[in-house]
Design a protein around this ligand. Sequence first.
Ligand SMILES: C[S@@+](CC[C@H](N)C(=O)[O-])C[C@H]1O[C@@H](n2cnc3c(N)ncnc32)[C@H](O)[C@@H]1O
Length: 233
Amino acid sequence: MNNELDFVKDMFDRIAPKYDFLNRLLSLRQDTVWRTQMVKAATLQNGSRVLDVACGTCDVALEISSQLNEQAHIFGLDFSFGMLKLGKHKLLHKRRKNIALLTADALHLPFQQHLFDAVFIAFGIRNIMNRQRALTAFLTVLKGGGRLAVLELTTPEKGIFRSLYLLYFQKILPIIGSFFSKDLKAYTYLPDSVLNFPSPVDFSKLMQQAGFENVRFKQMTFGIVTLFVGTKP
Ligand SMILES: C[S@@+](CC[C@H](N)C(=O)[O-])C[C@H]1O[C@@H](n2cnc3c(N)ncnc32)[C@H](O)[C@@H]1O
């Protein structure tokens, strides 16, 4: 693994115990609403085989399982053992047997081609520098007609809300995040990684270049989060 991947992996291993708590606090519980919308947008059928890339503590996988009344085969993949350990704990607690977890890198998916009806990645793609390669890997494991849903933090484009958001995100959030997680580096990396993420229009183009069709996006909560959906031809 290269230094950049090691940095991200170690960071998530460190903050894992406080990850869910800080997500709910810093987003004022909006993160759960965003994931619900993401799963709905994929319009899954009962019996679907689904991959949740960068699954972290399994919130997306659990949401898929709930929306389909456990009638889905779900694989959660992440390279942070610390995050997966907490995810596993949640699966056991909620007695979800239809979700399998594996430790792997999103750029090297250990699956055959044309396997999944849908691939999800929530708040993970901005941590992956080679996004084109990741999108190509997702396309490869999807069946024809399968859907990719990407949820990512984005930056409001203009106006007073942008200024207020940047103030919160760059100044206040790192203080709250580092106070609870004791990890200032992680919570200064977070705004940096979001500010470096392409605009929704540019990321949609990247999805199209990777081979997805019918690519569309929906900005949520004043544009602080964007949901992208595309289909494999
Ligand atoms: C912000 S968390 C999101 C977790 C979860 N999807 C959610 O909705 O809360 C980002 C996750 O991406 C994982 N991740 C980042 N880069 C990865 C990569 N190249 N391969 C696998 N997992 C990766 C991290 O370990 C972390 O668990």
